[in-house]
Design a protein around this ligand. Sequence first.
Ligand code: NG1
Ligand code: ZN
Length: 533
Amino acid sequence: SLPVDAIKVASDKHPKPSDVRYQYGTAGFRTLGKLLDSVLFRVGILAALRSKRLDGKTIGVMVTASHNPEPDNGVKLVDPRGEMLEASWEAHATTLSNASTTDAFIEALETLVQTAKIDLSKPARVVYARDTRPSGPSLVNALEDGFKAIGAEARDAGVTTTPILHYFVRAINTKGTPYSYGEDSEEGYFTKLGQALKKLVAGRPPVSPLLIDCANGVGAIAAKTLAAHLGDTLPIVLENTAITTEGALNNACGADFVKTSQKLPPSLSNVLKPGQRACSLDGDADRLIYFYLDERGSFHMLDGDKIAGLVAAFIVEQVKIAGLEEQVKVGVVQTAYANGASTKYLQERLPVKCVPTGVKHLHHAAERYDVGVYFEANGHGTVLFSDDTQATLRDYQPSTPAQSRALENLVSLTELINQTVGDALSDMLLVETVLSHKSYTGVEWDSLYVDLPNRLVKVVVSDRNSFKTEDAERRLVSPPGLQSKIDGLVNRYQGGRSFVRPSGTEDVVRVYAEANIRTQADELAFRVAGLVY
Ligand code: NG1
Ligand code: ZN
């Protein structure tokens, strides 16, 4: 049975604030750090129960609020294969977090144990980490109180990136099996990535230094270690590494700033040279946006869609050279936020699927391909190689030197890419690999297709839950009549496309619009926003 007395004593030290309602959304729990103490304690117990339910497999817990402002924090659970928590457990997390008293919490736990058929005699194993936010240490203490109260075997992975924590979870759970994902240590992670990159670019000409904007977050620590492992293979210059400066995290820098404002972080204006490749990580290093300045000093952004285009085309090419076209089908997954020009570019080359926002939707759709490439426009994404495909690559007998090289490249890509979740550093090495193979500069990569001008706006409404969508969030079914008004507007714009959906992470409705010219995209966005308001 549950150690009710221990849980009671500990729970009284982490009372739920009475005026807050929590929700485990697409990014886990996320709000002001100072509101999350009771949530972290309860998540500690929930993670242990999830592990017991899965026969003692190790569950991950990441304390981060990613690209959000420094005072925010959050927490999310990682399932045994390094993936996002299974959807049905999101509701359990929400229920537990909202129990108003210790007694109500114990009651909710007992209900969960029964409905989810949890065998309490099983072991509970967890691994946890946090980013660099100032609220992190005390929230981790609350989390540890939860682990102790239920008697979980807990491993502290310290301060690290979200994707490294996901890597740990998979590595721990596959240890000693034929599917081992690598050593369950940071050293193991960096060695795996470094060796894969070295194989992929062996014999290719040296490249000029890559500048990394670390968002003044945990990515600065990881990127520094990575740079040491890469040596001359990839020279790296680190910027925005002030992880202890109060208020610096994600402030006017980082992947979300670059993507949303479509601007160079001001801190880089005297550092970045025209033509130099640069990229921004977000606050937990799971998003990546590239950019460069042209000869005239104008800023050009290469977002998640551009990364998907570059990477998918390269993989298709290598599969073809290897002579594996018939056995290995490559596909791409996007959301409605993908630029229309990227969708067109990709559709001319391979199958493309559109799914609702949220990494879990992209990930699951990508699992249906032999090789599934998924990226959100905001720079979160990865590539999944199915188990069958990895076996095909292992067993295949190439018949020419060219086939053999392409096969080796594909095998090395399965090592280079963090297949558990989007990983800015792993994705960065992937981009660098393709640029090296194609001898592309940023300009050439950028010219694969021309982005349609687009605008994203937020609208505060009285009840965002009254907005319901269909067709992968591209059309509204409610409020009634609104979609036909949007259609009416869209039809008046050349290359027009627009959609409205409720945010899963903020109390707003988002309006996206694109059109052939900038002023028209802006006008369409603001007119659709006018309909919503
Ligand atoms: P919402 O708030 O549901 O639009 C945002 C991002 C998603 C994703 C989640 C975090 C946009 C338009 N939306 O979702 O892409 O990153 O946060 O999981 O960027
Ligand atoms: Zn992030």
